[in-house]
Design a protein around this ligand. Structure first.
Ligand SMILES: Cc1cc2nc3c(=O)[nH]c(=O)nc-3n(C[C@H](O)[C@H](O)[C@H](O)COP(=O)(O)O)c2cc1C
Length: 196
């Protein structure tokens, strides 16, 4: 069976970011047949429609290519002032274009948030899902993956809380299932059109 390639994007640029640590944990624990590449958002400029189109900056083209080449995407963001980080929103704005041809269009996406607060960034995740609905990406529908008190669950840049690890990895499994469903529905679409 072909290996599925996932792309991980963290909304935090912080060196010791808890969010990025969660992605690294997933990377370490990928089940057979799945791999995760983490793509940094550090080089992306602030979105400017004047710079979009054929002349889009190299970092933007790299991001779009990385998304297009992946089978599915994992997004994780801290909560900044009750919203997703500006870093992630900026990346999603770049990735959302060209309009109607976004690399994220119908792409299976798993969203997660993490915060030292018990709320785990749940408000940020609502915003992420709303932004993904605008594209629209194919967001995995599950109980929200919000990691509260994350500072108590990270050791040596990895998630160390077994219950949280299990819940996060179950989400990755659901992303894999969503990728399969998306692929199966693409395979039957032409026949359905023919019958109609
Ligand atoms: C500007 C700023 C705003 C923040 N606002 C919130 C917030 O609204 N809710 C929350 O739960 N945490 C908030 N925090 C705390 C972050 O969730 C926390 O710093 C988190 O660890 C950042 O993610 P990281 O470890 O991946 O960098 C805020 C932090 C910063 C720097």
């Amino acid at each position: 069976m072909k290996t599925m390639t996932l792309l991980g994007l963290s909304g935090s640029l912080r060196k010791d970011s808890f969010c990025t640590a969660v992605l690294r944990t997933i990377q370490d624990r990928m089940p057979p047949g799945l791999e995760l590449a983490i793509h940094s958002l550090a080089e992306l400029p602030p979105y400017n429609q004047d710079d979009d189109g054929d002349a889009a900056p190299a970092s933007v083209r790299d991001l779009r290519d990385a998304i297009a080449d992946s089978d599915g995407v994992i997004l994780i963001s801290p909560e900044y002032n009750h919203g997703m980080s500006g870093v992630l929103k900026n990346a999603l704005d770049w990735a959302s274009r060209p309009f109607g041809q976004s690399a994220l269009l119908h792409k299976p996406v798993l969203t997660m948030t993490a915060s030292p607060a018990f709320t785990g960034g749940v408000r940020a995740q609502l915003q992420m899902n709303e932004t993904l609905a605008a594209i629209p990406a194919r967001t995995v529908l599950r109980a929200q993956t919000v990691i509260g008190a994350v500072h108590e669950k990270i050791q040596e840049n990895r998630l160390a809380d077994p219950v949280t690890i299990d819940f996060v990895m179950a989400g990755v499994g659901q992303l894999r299932d969503e990728i399969k469903r998306a692929s199966d529905s693409r395979a039957v679409e032409p026949r359905q059109q023919h019958v109609a």
